[in-house]
Design a protein around this ligand. Structure first.
Ligand SMILES: [Zn+2]
Ligand SMILES: [Zn+2]
Length: 429
């Protein structure tokens, strides 16, 4: 990858321009002048403009990831805001929301300000998500109003499921008053017990402790019921089971304020992949059955699940080299995201490329209340340029995260980011 400052005039020539906000595809050009959109469509290049040939490429909005772990402060050996930003650029992401389970956690206005200020020095837009409870202990609600003022865009104790339903109720009520979503990692820790993979015939066969699908769906049901009764905005992260999909579907029909996301890895793998004991496939919630995977794909196609989010979770090699039972949960996911989801959804399941791009651009921005009309004139350029038909093998060289805990190394992916433009720079991948 190479990051360069944008010239005064940059002309994206002869691409297929897909505008997710207008829901329209056209053939044409985009002119960026002084880092801002100056024209879209049938426009001419001014003399001296830098020309980027976009023949056979799709030009669209920069992707937005509403669920990533950049580990700063506390575990800068795994990831920093700077290295996470580079991984994002390689994946076409211009905007990333970072989870607060850092050390210390982002649980007060000062820590939110720390991230917001440091984010300004990175080449992408980074938004902190604040902790729901102090120390992520699940007991005392944080100062949500003051944290929102400092830049928190949502609240979550991600990594730690909020077990106490009364605290969940209070959190939803407060967040409802200040109009931001609550994101609860839905896993009942008693039901999950010490499960390290999905509970099924495979967990028995592999001799690994199982985590049943109802550990997720019972808490999803609880959260949906409390959200509806408090009339608050609930976003459900990393939905992994058919039962959770059914719960979201049922509630969405009468309470449309609910939103949900799915990760690339829950769409790509099923639990049979764990027969290699690859610890990079140890994630929370776990990789589920083929039946669950099919339900997640259908839920994206019919709108039950609103968007794709990576849950990019870097860990050191030493930690991931531990036996399966002891290794930490999580995998990185920013660099591989588009090649993975484009392969599963567009190539294997016939989704239109426009619908997939919506799941990575306007849908996540809508959940977080970000600006969505990115191709109107004088908006700072936030653009991904994609080769939608590239067949390529994902390797270690494609990773710009500080950690390399990816199960996609050696996998054939479909579709690749070629350029990412954001904050006055163009990155050639
Ligand atoms: Zn989580
Ligand atoms: Zn997470």
């Amino acid at each position: 990858m190479k990051i360069n400052k944008l010239n005064k005039n940059v002309y994206l020539k002869d691409g297929t321009i897909y505008d997710p906000f207008k829901q329209k595809s056209i053939k044409g050009n985009i002119l960026i002048t002084n880092d801002k959109i100056a024209g879209v469509g049938n426009i001419k290049a001014p003399a001296g403009a830098e020309i980027i040939d976009c023949t056979n490429l799709i030009i669209t909005h920069g992707f937005c990831d509403i669920h990533a772990h950049f580990r700063e402060p506390g575990r800068e050996d795994k990831e920093t805001l700077q290295t996470g930003a580079k991984a994002a650029l390689v994946g076409g992401f211009t905007r990333v929301c970072v989870m607060p389970n850092t050390n210390p956690p982002l649980d007060d206005p000062e820590s939110i300000r720390f991230i917001a200020e440091k984010a300004e020095e990175t080449p992408i837009y980074i938004h902190p998500i604040g902790a729901i409870t102090k120390g992520q202990q699940g007991k005392e609600i944080t100062e949500m109003g003051a944290m929102k003022t400092e830049g928190a865009v949502a609240f979550s104790d991600d990594g730690f499921p909020l077990q106490n339903a009364y605290v969940m109720r209070l959190a939803l009520e407060y967040a409802g008053m200040i109009n931001v979503p609550i994101i609860n990692h839905a896993e009942d820790i008693a039901l999950r017990n010490d499960g390290v993979m999905n509970e099924s015939e495979f967990s028995t066969k592999l001799g690994l402790t199982g985590n049943p699908d109802v550990a997720e769906s019972t808490m999803v049901y609880r959260d949906l019921q409390i959200a509806q009764s408090t009339n608050s905005t609930l976003h459900i992260p990393h939905v992994s089971t058919r039962k959770s999909v059914e719960a979201v579907k049922e509630y969405k029909s009468r309470f449309p304020k609910i939103t949900a996301e799915v990760t690339p890895h829950h769409l790509y793998f099923n639990d049979e992949a764990l027969n290699t004991y690859n610890t990079n496939l140890k994630v929370a919630p776990p990789i589920r059955t083929e039946n669950d995977r099919r339900a997640l794909i259908s839920a994206l196609c019919d709108g039950t699940i609103d968007c794709i989010a990576t849950d990019h979770a870097p860990h050191t090699i030493e930690e991931k080299e531990a036996p399966f039972d002891l290794a930490p949960f999580g995998m990185i996911g920013l660099e591989s995201c588009f090649g993975v989801v484009n392969k599963v959804l567009v190539k294997d399941n016939g989704m239109k490329y426009e619908s997939l791009i919506d799941l990575l651009t306007i849908k996540p921005r809508q959940i977080m209340g970000f600006k969505r009309d990115l191709f109107s004139e004088s908006i700072p350029a936030e653009i991904a340029i994609i080769d939608p038909r590239a067949n390529w093998t994902f390797t270690k060289d494609d990773i710009y995260s500080k950690s390399i805990n990816s199960p996609y190394i050696g996998e054939e992916l479909f579709g690749k980011i070629i350029y990412t433009i954001v904050k006055g720079s163009v990155t050639k991948i």
